[in-house]
Design a protein around this ligand. Structure first.
Ligand SMILES: Cc1ncc(COP(=O)(O)O)c(C=O)c1O
Length: 453
């Protein structure tokens, strides 16, 4: 047993083999350790040592390959999909889609929720709703997934890249005002890792210049900023239900609308430019082409899959919180010793527990670390190449040095395996491997794998 493992388990009472968390959310028959409440607490300081988690009955278990991600699964997905199939109504906006809409509206407090085929498509809808024109400017963080800006570029808009805060890695609100010009038509903050941007400051600047805010909340469903749900601050917000997200249906998304004036047009844009939604509600006797639009609504079978997960939101978030807090508590001593930065969550933010990253001291160390974890059967990935220095970003005038925090972050960030059903043995295996790494190693070849946002 390593010292690290012993320290990590101080304060937990060893239990029977079986469930790690007494509430049964995370269970692992290989585990010989139990948590009192599934949370890592501050006073986990003086407790008996426990067995290595992948040792059961004195026998070492084989280390398993640990993937970076596994899609969340709660159990009712296939039942609901079968119900959808049996209903004979599997196209868009069927009963499960409506249930998802109602659930999102009620639990978040948004005026309208519309499921889409992806977050990318929800962003495209936002760009259409804001009537973006060639020459308009849209401010986005340089550290984000390409869709955050591509959706607006599709309409001819020009990206204006903002640097990020070195602590939360969110758009730096202190740099925002200097980027505003008479052509600025939208500000698109991204709540990185589901930790809220400084929405008070961003909202005040947006209001001063009368510029709409669209929150890219791909990572942040059910997170809060100062007690208020992310996704309720902008005129609109977008969600992702891609397989890497906390809640998934494989590929999917949602447009959340807070400003009522966009609701009717949003329905039209999503339904191929027709007023079919009004027709289905009996508000018109036939539907016809009334505006530009596309097909942004997912099959009701996917909505059925998603609904099972949204129903289980507390269970999913609790599991993810436990994993996140375990990583943070167990890796902190090693991180402090080796100059590795852990994620920062301001006290006024309730985060979404979407991802766990490390900021390594340098690119060379990060590369060596990813390669080292690979040799341990553990998949880790970096995240977001800076948009302003990408081929397309440079065509829009982006240059190295424009966003120094983004550039340094992109070189140094590595995401550890993080998925809802990660067992305690998986977690222990990753933590053991990480703390055995000595970040002084320099000069390894570049790694290849970047995560889907
Ligand atoms: C910040 C951000 N915005 C948008 C997206 C696009 O999401 P989707 O894959 O659902 O289109 C991603 C990728 O997951 C993302 O990380």
């Amino acid at each position: 047993m390593t010292e690290g493992i012993a320290q990590r388990h101080q304060g937990y009472s060893p239990q029977e083999n079986g469930a790690i968390y007494t509430n049964g959310f995370i269970s692992n028959s290989q585990s010989a350790t139990g948590h009192n409440n599934g949370h890592v607490t501050q006073n986990d300081q003086a407790a008996p040592r426990v067995e290595r988690l992948y040792k059961v009955g004195g026998q070492s278990m084989e280390k398993r390959a640990i993937p970076f991600n596994r899609p969340t699964e709660v159990g009712n997905e296939l039942t609901y999909m079968a119900q959808s199939l049996q209903s004979g109504r599997i196209s868009g906006d069927g009963p499960f889609t409506k249930q998802c809409h109602q659930l999102l509206e009620a639990t978040l407090g948004v005026h309208k929720a519309l499921l889409t085929t992806s977050c990318t498509h929800a962003l495209e809808m936002a760009a259409l709703l804001l009537k973006l024109q060639p020459g308009d400017e849209v401010i986005v963080p340089a550290f984000t997934f390409v869709s955050t800006i591509n959706a607006f570029v599709l309409r001819g808009a020009r990206p204006v890249f903002s640097d990020i805060r070195p602590d939360t890695l969110n758009l730096d609100e202190r740099k925002l005002e200097a980027l505003i010009t008479p052509r600025t038509k939208a500000i698109v903050p991204v709540h990185y890792g589901g930790v809220g941007c400084e929405m008070d400051e961003i909202g005040a600047i947006a209001e001063k210049y009368n510029i709409p805010v669209v929150e890219d909340n791909a990572h942040g469903l059910y997170a809060r900023y100062k007690g208020r749900s992310l996704g309720t601050f902008g005129v609109m917000a977008t969600q992702s239900f891609h397989e890497t997200k906390n809640f998934t249906c494989g590929e999917g998304g949602a447009l959340l609308i807070n400003a009522e004036e966009y609701c009717e047009t949003a329905e039209i844009i999503r339904e191929k430019g027709t007023n079919r939604s009004r027709f289905f509600r009996g508000q018109v006797d036939k539907y016809t082409w009334v505006d530009v639009g596309s097909s942004y609504l997912p099959s009701d079978m996917l909505a059925a899959y998603l609904y099972a997960q949204l129903e289980a939101r507390q269970q999913i978030q609790f599991k993810r919180q436990t994993i996140w807090e375990s990583y943070a508590a167990w890796l902190r001593p090693w991180a402090e010793q080796h100059g590795v930065q852990l994620p920062f969550v301001p006290t006024h933010c309730d985060q979404a527990y979407h991802l766990f990253y490390l900021l390594m001291p340098s690119l060379a160390v990060r590369t060596a670390f990813i390669n080292y974890l690979k040799t341990q059967g553990i998949q880790s990935v970096f995240h977001y190449l800076p948009l302003h220095t990408s081929q397309m970003g440079q065509e829009f005038g982006g240059r190295p040095g424009d966003c120094p925090v983004t550039e340094a972050t992109s070189d140094r960030l590595v995401r550890l395996p993080f998925y809802t059903d990660m067992t305690m043995a998986d977690l222990e295996q990753v933590v053991d491997a990480v703390v055995a790494f000595q970040p002084a190693v320099e000069g390894a070849p570049r790694a290849q794998n970047q995560a889907h946002g």
